[in-house]
Design a protein around this ligand. Structure first.
Ligand code: PGA
Length: 250
């Protein structure tokens, strides 16, 4: 696992944006695995800025998102459909029919099956991940075993708390308690994985999964089994890791 430590959130966001921009320039029909949350917002801003300045085109790109809340319509401003439209899709020339996000409304089982069918037929070139304070990736929460495929998940209280703090105007009662998320199979089958984490509040999660054997109680620890993972951190998120054990660049 390669670890890149940037000075701050802006630099880390720029660093990751450049990886994605190069990916799309080198392979215009790339399949990008995308994430939501507060962390990637600035990274997406840099993709839009580059698209406007340099005409990097997303016309032939396919995007696959990790997760979506249950029972939020795409038109709900807290849904991840809305998030992606607002923070990325509306600013680039992507073909909307090439963008995929799990559907958290209607027949959940049918939606899960449809997403698994989609994932069976697609190879993600590069997967963007964030990480939860409890080490979740996507919404793969700590559990007794890893969930392989797309599934319905009951969100942990710490995840609900974080999501209420950052979104939903701080109103816990509005935060959905369930989500649909891809499982570890889809994440691990990406050719390359970029995990972006910034801020001291992520330092413990980073240290926990780096120092853990593969363990479903620290879902991000599954990344130890992938041969092309880059962690892009800022100094805060990197503050608890031992520099000797990894391919570590400041
Ligand atoms: P955050 O969420 O970017 O809002 O911290 C990351 C995650 O839960 O994966």
């Amino acid at each position: 696992m390669k670890i890149i430590v940037c000075d701050n959130h802006h630099e880390a966001s720029k660093y990751v944006a450049e990886i994605f921009i190069k990916q799309v320039q080198n392979k215009p029909n790339s399949v990008l695995g995308l994430a939501t949350g507060s962390t990637p917002i600035e990274m997406y801003y840099y993709l839009i800025k580059d698209h406007k300045l340099n005409n990097t085109s997303y016309r032939d790109v396919i995007t696959i998102n990790l997760d979506e809340y249950v029972k939020l319509e795409a038109s709900n401003s807290q849904s991840y459909h809305y998030f992606m439209e607002k923070h990325l899709f509306s600013g680039i020339d992507i073909n909307k029919s090439n963008t995929f996000i799990p559907d958290g409304t209607g027949d959940i089982n049918a939606n899960i099956k449809a997403y698994n069918d989609l994932l069976e037929n697609i190879n993600i070139d590069i997967q963007l991940l964030g990480i939860g304070r409890n080490c979740h990736i996507g919404f793969n929460e700590p559990d007794d075993e890893f969930q392989i495929g797309t599934h319905l998940v009951n969100l942990k209280q710490s995840t609900i708390d974080d999501n209420a703090r950052l979104f939903f105007d701080g109103d816990y009662s509005l935060v959905p308690k369930q989500a649909i998320t891809v499982g570890v199979k889809a994440i691990m089958s990406a050719k390359q994985i970029i995990l972006l984490a910034t801020g001291k509040q992520k330092a413990q999660a980073i240290s926990n999964f780096l120092n853990s054997q593969i363990n479903p109680q620290f879902p991000a620890s599954i990344l130890h089994a992938h041969n092309n993972v880059v962690l892009v951190l800022d100094k805060g998120a990197a503050s608890l890791i031992g520099k000797d054990s990894y391919d570590y660049t400041e």
